[in-house]
Ligand binder design. Structure first.
Ligand SMILES: [Cu+2]
Length: 374
């Protein structure tokens, strides 16, 4: 889930260095990068027609607000997205687009439906999954999504049952466990429009159409208001939404680039909302989500591994080392089957976690470029 703009501006300066390295290596795509000039009031995409294939969008934010960039297929299905483009920053999105009609959108302030433009893609191109190793990658990651989805439904059912039974202690125990399975597959959940905001939105993201609901509404009532007596409908809706996301996720045909982009997005999630304590602000169970995001990123990379070994074995070594460093740093905060609370960590300890995540995000951000190369 996205953090609030203010928090991004104040707290994620550390991740900017890693993100800005996304600029490099846009040569493999069809016809070079497509520039997107984003500001607080405009979203100028250099092209409105494209040939089918892999494309790189280069988004530069000249506004004063943090922005996001999306490529949507019909029904606002997300083909690719890049979040947290802070003012002055330029970021890259690599996306595989078969023939069809799409919309691009910039979202200054990260809210609303965004500034839209039509994008028409025509012709035919060999899909990336024509490559055997990349096909294998998507199949293996789909198996991961399926296994995590099943556990997500099971654990969310347990959590929702405890909430509806009025058992505050048990609900508190089950909350970070149910969330673990969601956070591992969150980039896939984010493909389906409003479902992620309904399940995982924060109080300050709430609107008239999408009121505060889902995990974090229950979190607030468990830890802060300490009254879950009226939360039956919220709990039921959470389970309904989770089941819908799971059904859609299992049926989704992913592009290998979605795996690569997802692996990076999960690390952005860690940097922007877990280290800061923004996401689980009432329970402070952010390190559960942190570990889950890292697991999810690692699973996507593992699925892509045979393809990466063929194309760039040196990058695989760098990624392995960086994952080991993250695991070692995180291991310091292990308590029993869980983790220390985010607000029990010192600033120096949080900085230590932030540093290893940024060091990992750097090689991970290169994967999309590497696998798009033939
Ligand atoms: Cu989240």
């Amino acid at each position: 889930m996205r953090p609030t703009p203010l928090l991004v501006a104040l707290l994620t300066v550390g991740s900017v260095a890693a993100c800005s390295s996304d600029k490099s290596d846009s040569t493999a795509a069809t016809g070079g990068p497509i520039t997107v000039k984003a500001s607080d009031t405009a979203c100028e995409v250099a092209k409105s027609t494209l040939d089918a294939g892999t494309h790189v969008f280069q988004i530069a934010n000249s506004g004063n607000k943090v922005t996001e960039f999306y490529v949507y297929a019909a029904g606002d299905r997300v083909m690719g997205e890049v979040e947290n483009i802070t003012p002055g920053l330029s970021r890259e999105l690599r996306v595989e687009l078969p023939a069809g009609t799409y919309q691009t959108a910039c979202k200054p302030g990260m809210i609303g439906t965004g500034i839209r433009a039509d994008l028409t893609v025509s012709g035919s191109a060999a899909p990336l999954t024509e490559d055997a190793a990349l096909l294998q990658a998507t199949e293996s990651y789909t198996r991961y999504i399926t296994s995590q989805s099943e556990a997500l439904v099971e654990k969310t059912t347990d959590f929702v049952t405890a909430v509806k039974g009025g058992d505050i202690e048990k609900s508190k125990q089950l909350f970070p466990i149910a969330r673990t399975y969601y956070e591992r597959i969150e980039p896939v959940a984010e493909i389906f429009g409003d479902l992620d905001p309904k399940i995982d939105g924060r109080e300050d993201d709430a609107t008239a159409e999408l009121p505060f609901s889902g995990f974090h509404k229950l979190e607030k009532d468990l830890w802060e208001t300490k009254d879950i007596s009226k939360d039956g409908p919220v709990a039921d809706q959470l389970l309904t939404d989770v089941k819908e996301v799971v059904a859609k996720a299992k049926a989704e045909k992913l592009s290998p680039l979605q795996l690569a982009n997802g692996a990076k997005e999960l690390l952005d999630e860690v940097a922007n909302s877990k280290i800061t304590g923004e996401e689980d602000r009432y329970s402070h169970t952010d390190l559960w989500d942190f570990a889950a995001n890292v697991d999810g990123s690692q699973a996507a990379v593992a699925a892509l591994r045979p393809a990466l070994e063929q194309r760039d074995p040196e990058l695989v070594k760098q990624i392995d080392t960086a994952f080991t460093n993250v695991d070692n740093e995180l291991a310091k905060y292990r308590v029993g089957d869980g983790w220390k609370l985010q607000n029990e960590l010192s600033q120096a300890e949080l900085k230590g976690l932030s540093d290893v995540i940024n060091a990992l995000a750097e090689p991970i951000s290169k994967i999309a470029g590497v696998i798009a190369k033939k």
